[in-house]
Design a protein around this ligand. Structure first.
Ligand SMILES: [Zn+2]
Length: 498
């Protein structure tokens, strides 16, 4: 079996994964800014890093997974100007900012857990770590890589770039960044446009504010991840993840803050999932294609031709490698829905496989097949979490299972058990898929209901022919399965008491 390789955005290549502390992994993933419902842009990192979290634990690591909640400091357009996203929502809805943050945090948890993502080990809030962020700002000031201007504190990118290099993660260099930002309005309080806020003095009307040595204000958006990552995972930790859209400026700024405050980088492996487009277009309010997860689940967005279950969404995302782009469309989702059901049917069939007589000239599924399958599945996961290859191998296993069901091949009880176990480990424990229950299986439930109707019509026929033995047998057999049958004036009614 090959060892685990993961793609490090910093080195732009796959690297052998070696944790800093034997047997333990520290992992930080940027969480949501809680001012609106979770959408696909949240689902993809949640599922990508859930896959990693599950797999690292599966191969024996003790993992501390930290994912933050941004409830202050994230300004509009990800810039240093404009209103705080949460304060703005609170103003519009006439709510306390914390009411907005709590409401959307709860909604986020609900949506993400329906996607079967395990909760992180620690979920720190930015507002709960103002002191740690102020300490970080003070260290950067003490080391000379920041300056105070009108009560706000800015990171001095030019100065930092002379001693270290700014842009190591995104591959941008400072001159290009300066060129790109030249069209923007003047530098205001900053020395240079590329400088970014570590602490912002609050305007009088701003309600989210804390005292500090520099002003009553609030932390810059990039501070929280550096401060909380260090608090819970230490000055050096293994993995930092997030969406590719965070590489610049957010993660670039995090690296600069870490190096400016402690002299060295904090993170060993930077991992980024690619973005999601909808019908080939970027998701955005201006395209009117901004579909939230609750809208996917109930089909209420005009772009959706039907509702999609959380498992369809999860399966769809896992069908692509996390570093590839994914384009959402109704047809692709319907194909994913079919694929997911086919996989679940394959697993159910695997559980029911019977040991059969070996027929001459017919193939027998050997233990060697299961061993090779297991090896292929581990190799795929170890190759930078190649979930599409895992899924295609599981489909291959479905074909083998079906050939036994169709009596075109035979299997021993021992091999059948091993095959079902491998299937379970990869489909459920590692990919995190789950058989769907409840309303999500409505179409299937309806189909089963029609079958019961059909059987009861046969019973009616038997009664008409005065075949009491058969009509009683049908009623008793259904009762044994939990169906209560009542004869009515016009025929029958039934209910399932389970
Ligand atoms: Zn972050």
């Amino acid at each position: 079996m090959q060892p685990l390789l993961i793609y490090n955005t910093l080195s732009r290549q796959k690297e052998l994964f070696k944790p800093l502390h034997e047997g333990r992994v520290g992992m930080y993933v940027c969480g949501p800014t809680v001012y609106g419902d979770a959408h696909l842009g949240h689902a993809r990192p949640a599922i990508t890093f859930d896959l990693l979290f599950r797999y690292l634990q599966h191969i024996g690591y003790k993992v501390r997974y930290v994912r933050n909640i941004t409830d202050v400091g994230h300004l509009e357009h990800d810039a240093d100007e404009g209103e705080d996203k949460i304060a703005k929502k609170a103003r519009l809805e006439q709510l306390e900012p914390m009411e907005v943050a709590q409401y959307f945090t709860n909604r986020f948890h609900e949506a993400i857990s329906s996607l079967n993502c395990l909760p992180p080990s620690i979920e720190p809030h930015a507002t709960g770590h103002i002191i740690e962020q102020q300490q970080l700002v003070q260290q950067i000031l003490d080391h000379g890589y920041a300056y105070v201007s009108n009560g706000s504190v800015y990171f001095d990118v030019e100065k930092y770039n002379k001693d270290y290099k700014y842009g190591v993660l995104s591959g941008r260099d400072l001159e290009n960044i300066k060129d790109a930002s030249r069209e923007l309005a003047g530098v205001g309080e900053k020395k240079n446009q590329a400088d970014f806020a570590l602490w912002k003095a609050a305007q009088p009307e701003h309600i989210m504010r804390w005292p500090s040595p520099w002003s009553d204000g609030f932390p810059g958006w990039h501070c929280e991840c550096t401060a909380m990552g260090r608090k819970y995972l230490g000055e050096h930790f293994d993995i930092h993840g997030g969406g590719m859209d965070l590489i610049f400026p957010h993660h670039e700024c995090e690296i600069a803050q870490a190096v400016a405050s402690q002299g060295t980088q904090m993170v060993h492996y930077w991992m980024h999932n690619n973005m999601i487009t909808i019908d080939g277009k970027k998701m955005g309010k201006s395209y009117n294609n901004f579909i939230t997860l609750p809208q996917f689940f109930d089909g209420s967005h005009p772009l959706l031709t039907q509702a999609y279950t959380p498992m369809t969404i999860r399966f769809f995302i896992l069908q692509a490698h996390y570093r590839s782009t994914v384009d959402f469309g109704n047809e692709a989702l319907q194909a994913a829905e079919k694929g997911f059901n086919r996989l679940m049917d394959g697993y159910k069939a695997a559980l029911r496989l019977q040991e059969g007589q070996k027929v001459k000239g017919q193939p027998q599924v050997e233990m060697k097949y299961v061993d090779e399958l297991r090896e292929k599945l581990y190799d795929a996961m170890n190759d930078d979490l190649n979930s599409p290859i895992v899924i295609s191998n599981l489909f291959d296993a479905c074909r083998v299972i079906n050939s036994v069901v169709d009596k075109k091949a035979s299997i021993t009880a021992e091999v059948a058990k091993a095959l079902a176990e491998v299937f379970h480990t990869f489909a459920f424990d590692i990919l995190g898929l789950a058989p769907e229950t409840g309303n999500s299986n409505k179409a299937r439930e309806e189909a089963f209901g029609h079958v019961v109707d059909m059987i009861l019509e046969q019973r009616q026929q038997a009664k008409n022919e005065k075949n009491w033995a058969l009509s009683d047998k049908i009623r008793d057999d259904l009762a044994a399965l939990g169906f209560e049958v009542k004869d009515t004036k016009d025929g029958f009614s039934w209910s399932l008491n389970k």
